[in-house]
Design a protein around this ligand. Sequence first.
Ligand code: PLP
Length: 393
Amino acid sequence: MLKKDFKIFEKDYVYLDSAASAQKPQKVLDKLLSFYQSDYANVHRGSCELALKATKLYEEARQTVADFIRADSKEIVFTKGATEAINLVAASYAQTLKKGDEVLVCIAEHHANFVPWQQACILSGATFKTFNVLDDGRWDLNDFEKQLTKRTKVVAVAQLSNVLGVVNPVEKVVKLAHKVGAKVMLDVAQSIAHMSVDVKTLDCDYMAFSGHKIYGPNGIGVLYGKCKALNELKPYQFGGDMVDTVRVEKTTFADVPARFEAGTPPIANAVGLAEALKYVNKIGFAKIQKEENGVFATLIKGLKQIKNVEFLGNPDLKTGLVAFNVKGIHADDLNLILAKENVCVRVGHHCAMPLHARFGVKASLRVSLGLYNDSKDIEKFLKALKKAIGFFK
Ligand code: PLP
């Protein structure tokens, strides 16, 4: 039903790779065009009509993002993506962590929420620790509690793993982390498009997501931080718009969020992201989840019926995405045939090598849904997959 909102589906693509990047509804594309045609200028600088209009739209976009996750607009920093948002926080910690401090991440983290923390620990002399997942894909909370100590300064975790598809018990982990005085960096890059994300309920200190996974443009991301937590961070990049006064002797910095938005920001992309969030809000997560869950159930049922499909984790615990292998056939080989059938899926380690190592595999094939997918897509995918398996038998 919602496919009609996306011009790209006028061609017969079976697009099952929204966890990598989602397609854009026409409304977002129209907004980008009209912004560039009628409202475009740099922001926070000029005083001509266009500069004022562009600044107003950019700041309204910040408010739309804040409302979407129930934050205050001062708590929203625009970045170029989730990766940059996490790097911003980790780069500051790299300067303040000390030997003896610890950072704890889940083994399932996307490299974007794994490597920046690993590197921050290397630079600062702090200890980088991981906690495990169970065979069914859920967090191993016993291991988490064992690894969490009074020395833990940061816990970095994702609400929804981009490989396991399990919605994690974030609130519980946030409470435990706060008890030992650790801050929590929450990666909602995957969950943001599938469920309502509310920073007041989650109570995380920092949160990151990308616009392109929630039907917005690429080149825009969001770092949320509680005001106090943001104020504790050191500036990430230096340049225009993030300063208060600049003298030869000394520079003072602007208040947050401007302090973290050095240079010309991704103006049109922020406006486009706001349009995407309005689009999602208009449909509503109740409807999105109802549709997606129905389509996903058909996918899991179909996969379970195929011999030799080996899931990463329990298929019944997943939301929106599933990764698996077919015993005896490399995922890359299957993908070659799927691609020929116009089926777009993702094959590889999905930027989660430590997780694949945990499950003893090098790669997997991932199918992920967006709000535009329907049961016809699943039928075509399953048919193509069976054909591919038949080819290699
Ligand atoms: N975190 C998770 C869970 C992801 O799935 C991704 C991207 O796939 C990222 C972070 C990084 O997002 P981006 O590449 O948009 O910065």
